[in-house]
Ligand binder design. Structure first.
Ligand SMILES: O=P(O)(O)OC[C@H]1O[C@H](OP(=O)(O)OP(=O)(O)O)[C@H](O)[C@@H]1O
Ligand SMILES: O=C(O)c1cc(=O)[nH]c(=O)[nH]1
Length: 220
């Protein structure tokens, strides 16, 4: 679908530069980060920082809201993933005057033992909001929880995605459209333009993105 209000290429560049300007992108090639999936990575993109920047978080909500209204008019409920997606889901649901729930990474061990917090009615059309997609495991776990509870999910919104083959295949398999504001390649381009990374870092990062498992295994 082509819509003039959705110039995703410019938007992707702008969000990549915004991520760099707030210090959300950090590199540590010699002492890799361990991700939630267990993968070891030379890069970490911390979207939690966007919540500390009102202008950036507001632009994120604007971009999500525009895509939601143009492409997914049937959505009736916004679901955030714990913890990174909750803040952005709250801002978006307020923007579009829709109700919100959030999905825990695992069911609570006390109280009502809920996995999903808030009111989710059977048959509701839900958009899921995540902050970062790496393998996609976390957000797809949330999608499955919502589907099991009787909700319909066909779209996930994320601020950032690494664009790994494994995640793309998983989204396709589950029939989920992934709406991404910016991604790995735009962040790398922005970092080169701003001269915050060296050529040797770029080569390493591209090798990592092409085969994250092989890179990760080398550090075990
Ligand atoms: O696509 P995946 O491989 O699942 O990785 C991405 C997930 O990892 C991060 O969350 P984390 O588990 O660090 O928890 P947090 O949101 O509570 O900080 C991030 O916020 C995503 O939810
Ligand atoms: O996969 C992850 O855990 C992860 C990667 C990343 O770059 N940023 C983040 O918040 N989580």
């Amino acid at each position: 679908m082509c819509d003039n209000r959705l110039n995703n290429e410019d938007e992707a560049r702008q969000f990549a530069h915004a991520m760099l300007s707030i210090g959300a992108v950090t590199l540590s090639p010699n002492a890799p980060y361990t991700w939630s999936s267990g993968l070891r990575s030379p890069i970490y993109c911390d979207q939690r920082l966007t919540l500390s920047h009102p202008l950036v978080r507001s632009r994120i909500a604007d971009a999500f809201a525009m895509r939601l209204s143009v492409r997914y008019p049937d959505v009736e409920l916004i679901a955030g993933t714990a913890t990174g997606g909750i803040g952005h889901a709250a801002i978006l649901s307020d923007r579009v005057s829709q109700p919100m729930v959030y999905v825990r990474s695992s069911a609570k061990g006390h109280g009502k033992q809920n996995l999903i917090e808030g009111r989710l009615l059977q048959g509701t059309h839900v958009a899921v909001v995540e902050d970062t997609v790496s393998t996609g495991g976390s957000v797809l776990h949330a999608v499955e929880a919502i589907r099991e509870a009787g909700g319909h999910v066909s779209v996930v919104f994320t601020i950032f995605s690494y664009g790994f083959h494994v995640s793309q295949e998983a989204f396709e398999r589950l029939g989920i459209k992934l709406e991404v504001l910016t991604d790995f390649s735009h962040v790398i381009e922005a970092a080169q333009e701003s001269r915050v990374i060296q050529e040797q870092d770029v080569e390493l990062l591209v090798r990592f993105q092409e085969n994250p498992n092989a890179y990760s295994e080398a550090f075990r």
